[in-house]
Write a protein that binds this ligand. Structure first.
Ligand SMILES: [Zn+2]
Length: 79
């Protein structure tokens, strides 16, 4: 499965990772509420893809939120 990360703020492509199995804990999805999950994650079963809303480094800096938001930090852990 391919997981695409797109910036929610400016719409730019951030990253794409390919995984055999979606490990929710490693991806940081386990700390999302059901509502957040629906808002942030969109799955495309047809293309075996997952689209995740995140924020690019540039927007994180612009918005000054680099120190908060477990989800944003979860994404950064991948790098
Ligand atoms: Zn952005």
């Amino acid at each position: 499965m391919k997981i695409y990360y797109t910036c929610e703020y400016c719409g730019s492509h951030i990253d794409m990772i390919e995984v055999d199995m979606v490990d929710e804990i490693r991806l940081g999805f386990d700390c999302l509420t059901g509502e957040e999950r629906q808002d942030i994650i969109r799955t495309d079963d047809l293309n075996n893809s997952m689209y995740v809303k995140s924020l690019c480094d540039c927007c994180i800096e612009t918005l000054g939120i680099s120190d908060e938001g477990s989800f944003v930090r979860g994404v950064n852990y991948l790098h």
